[in-house]
Design a protein around this ligand. Structure first.
Ligand code: CTP
Ligand code: MG
Length: 231
């Protein structure tokens, strides 16, 4: 089933502390954003990509898309202060006759075609679906350095992107959140908030978000392993 993708890439990467935003960091000689865009560029089910960049990087992003000759990037739009606002700006320019839209962080470059396919198949049937993996660590609620509670891990999942939604559902969810100045931690939480159910699709532990510099080490290892598999 065909879909459009909104890629928020308007963050500053403060926790990475690299002096540049995360999408420009090079992994094995290629910018993170190129690793991410390559996946969608090469997926025949992806009809188009909306890239969301910070106002001051729009020209840089335009030049980058031209030099890498991405055919699927249909629009580059300025984002907002929060990720949620950036996503909403991107959603607003997705063609209105689109059925399914994926929202995927620029900073998650290791997403695979296989995961996208499973996600899309589930969202087609249910209206909303997210990739997630079971939490491996024991998680405790802590207040002022004291354990308050150990949370039952068997029901905890770490949610990733892409998250896939029927366009009408996610637009409704974002519009309402915007009207009510509500900021959620992911797009699915906005959809949950308007009473829609969200399906979980088993993801992949390699689909990490590059957040701190430790993640770059793991990221390089993932790419090297994949190169080895291709050779
Ligand atoms: N993002 C965005 N607009 C924002 C903030 C974030 O489009 N106002 C994007 C980032 O570019 C990233 C994705 O949302 O691709 C996930 O956000 P995060 O990992 O938090 O990235 P940053 O906000 O850039 O990093 P930090 O929070 O450490 O500053
Ligand atoms: Mg952030």
């Amino acid at each position: 089933m065909n879909y459009w993708t909104v890629i928020p890439a308007a963050g500053q990467g403060k926790r990475m502390n690299a002096g540049i935003s995360k999408q420009w960091i090079e992994l094995l000689g290629k910018p993170v954003l190129a690793h991410t865009l390559d996946v969608f560029e090469n997926d025949s089910n992806c009809e188009g990509v909306i890239l969301v960049g910070s106002e001051k990087e729009l020209q840089q992003m335009q030049d980058f898309v031209e030099s890498f000759q991405y055919q699927k990037v249909r629009k580059i739009v300025p984002g907002g202060k929060e990720r949620q606002q950036s996503v909403y700006e991107g959603l607003k320019v997705v063609p209105t006759d689109t059925d399914l839209v994926l929202i995927h962080d620029a900073a998650r470059p290791f997403i695979t075609h296989d995961s996208i396919l499973q996600l899309v198949n589930t969202a087609r049937d249910t209206g909303s679906a997210v990739l997630a993996v079971p939490v491996k660590d024991t998680v405790k609620r802590v207040i002022e350095n004291q354990v308050e509670e150990t949370i039952d891990r068997s029901s905890l999942w770490a949610v990733q992107t892409p998250q896939a939604f029927r366009l009408s559902i996610v637009m409704d969810a974002h519009r309402k959140a915007d009207e009510e100045s509500y900021i959620g931690t992911d797009d699915a939480s906005l959809v949950e908030r308007i009473g829609q159910t969200v399906a979980i699709v088993m993801g992949d532990y390699h689909n990490i978000k590059l957040t701190t510099s430790d993640d770059l080490l793991f990221g390089q290892a993932i790419l090297l392993e994949r190169q080895g598999e291709e050779a």
